[in-house]
Design a protein around this ligand. Structure first.
Ligand SMILES: Nc1nc2c(ncn2[C@@H]2O[C@H](COP(=O)(O)OP(=O)(O)O)[C@@H](O)[C@H]2O)c(=O)[nH]1
Ligand SMILES: [Mg+2]
Length: 436
């Protein structure tokens, strides 16, 4: 809590109106307020009858509220002391503090949002770039839910059909696995596509970490400053100037990219430098991409090149304004750049942009979805179950395929937060009226 223009207190539950009413003085009683309309109220301390604030109040009646319950929202002035006093009085009148995420949880339990949408609320709040906001807003509007619900109902149809074929063989319904298998193959490929795009979406939301590595004095700190557009790291001709990890963030193609400057990974000359090098190595391990900086005016840093060879990396031949050393010039895939003349910096930014696109897909890509880690885990499990169902429908007995299909259904249902047992039964009895 901090000082702000407005501080909103939200009370939700069947007794919300009765709980808030004793704190308000208004032209008509709170219980008579029309739903979804703002009214000016005076807020008082019911203990002392002292005036506390001049505020706006809205009543949103169940079930047409964000939680599906009666909700009262007070927009007060943003004084932490006054808001704390109001909260205290509300608790004395029967309210309790909400647990983290409780409003969204109630919205889910009361059927206002499915689980995928409820999780999108958290993604929207934590989005750091325009692009991450767009993806989360799409998920909140039900983008992922609609897609998963499509798979879910296709699976219910399939399972229901196959169950009936198994349970009532005398009805001569029979079963031909070929159409069922074609459907499962289609679903499997569809889920595979979502997984790819959800992984892209995750990168858009979480961002990427790029670590600058290279020998001392190679020009790493100068490059960090040039890429960030301001002096973040200290640049000096004294090797070993940068001892701790320094970072800055830039946005490439709507993706937050964290750039880390390190001490480098050369042999340490003292204890502090050794610690710096240890931190550089840890940063390298946790990064998505290495920006390997090689001083073009001296023989190549063999050690650095060897140590980073197996990692995703972009090579930069720094100090390209100076005469190139013969051996370093042989590093053909290195992007030449100079922080003195700014030559090559645009090409380097372009190159980084392509690396980001590879991991996050290009901005404006309609297909990208953002999902929580839980949802990605479930999509992976759903995909595995669909692959198994697909194989089982090809050669295993129908019972075996049904086990895999039910598992797939459970994973799809878990994404949406649906209880699947009853749904299948409902569907069987609704669409297959066998009169038995
Ligand atoms: N000529 C030239 N000198 C550079 C360039 N970039 C950095 N330097 C110099 O190289 C030295 C080391 O730079 P620094 O960024 O501190 O390297 P670091 O140790 O890898 O972080 C400093 O004296 C810089 O002024 C460049 O593009 N051209
Ligand atoms: Mg440095």
């Amino acid at each position: 809590m901090g000082e702000s223009a407005i501080g909103v207190i939200r009370v939700s539950g069947p007794d919300a109106i009765a709980t808030v009413a004793p704190l308000l003085r208004s032209a008509s009683p709170l219980a008579d307020f029309p739903s979804h309309a703002l009214r000016r109220v005076r807020v008082i301390d019911p203990k002392s009858d002292e005036l506390l604030d001049d505020a706006l109040c809205a009543v949103m009646r169940a079930p047409r509220s964000s939680t599906g319950e009666d909700v009262v929202e007070l927009s007060c002035h943003g004084s932490p002391a006054m808001l704390r006093l109001l909260m205290l009085r509300l608790v004395e009148h029967g309210a309790r503090l909400a647990t983290p995420g409780e409003f969204t949880r109630r919205a889910f339990l009361n059927g206002r949002l499915d689980l995928a949408q409820a999780e999108a609320v958290a993604l929207l709040i934590s989005a750091r770039t325009d692009r991450a906001v767009t993806l989360a807003a799409r998920a909140l509007a039900g983008g992922l839910s609609d897609q998963v619900r499509g798979v879910w109902s296709a699976l219910v149809d399939l399972i229901a059909g196959l169950e009936v074929a198994l349970d009532f063989p005398e009805e001569q319904i029979g079963h031909d696995c070929a159409p069922a298998r074609a459907t499962v193959t289609r679903l499997r490929d569809e889920v595979q596509r979502w997984l790819t795009s959800a992984r892209h979406g995750r990168v858009v939301h979480d961002g990427l970490t790029i670590v600058l590595v290279g020998a001392p004095n190679a020009g790493k700190s100068s490059l960090l400053n040039a890429l960030l557009g301001h002096d973040r790291a200290i640049v000096s001709s004294v090797a070993g100037t940068t001892r701790d990890v320094v970072d800055g963030t830039l946005v490439l193609d709507g993706v937050p990219v964290r750039l880390l400057d390190t001490a480098g990974i050369d042999v340490a000359r003292d204890a502090v430098e050794a610690e710096g090098i240890r931190r550089s190595r840890r940063a390298m391990e946790e990064s998505d991409l290495l920006l390997v900086v090689v001083d073009g005016s001296v023989p190549p840093a063999v050690r650095v090149l060897a140590e980073t060879a197996s990692r995703a990396r972009v090579l930069v031949r720094a100090k390209s304004d100076l005469p190139v050393h013969r051996e370093t010039a042989a590093l053909l895939d290195a992007v030449p750049a100079s922080t003195v003349t700014a030559g090559g910096l645009d090409a380097l930014r372009e190159r980084l942009l392509r690396e980001v696109e590879q991991r996050a897909a290009a901005a404006g890509d309609e297909g990208v979805i953002v999902a929580s880690l839980r949802q990605i885990g479930l999509l992976e499990a759903l995909h595995v179950a669909l692959v198994a169902s697909d194989t089982a429908l090809g050669d295993a007995p129908l019972e075996a395929a049904l086990v895999d299909l039910r598992e797939a259904l459970a994973h799809a249902g878990a994404i949406l937060g649906v209880d699947v047992g009853d749904a299948i039964l409902d569907h069987i009895f609704a669409t297959f009226c066998l009169g038995k």
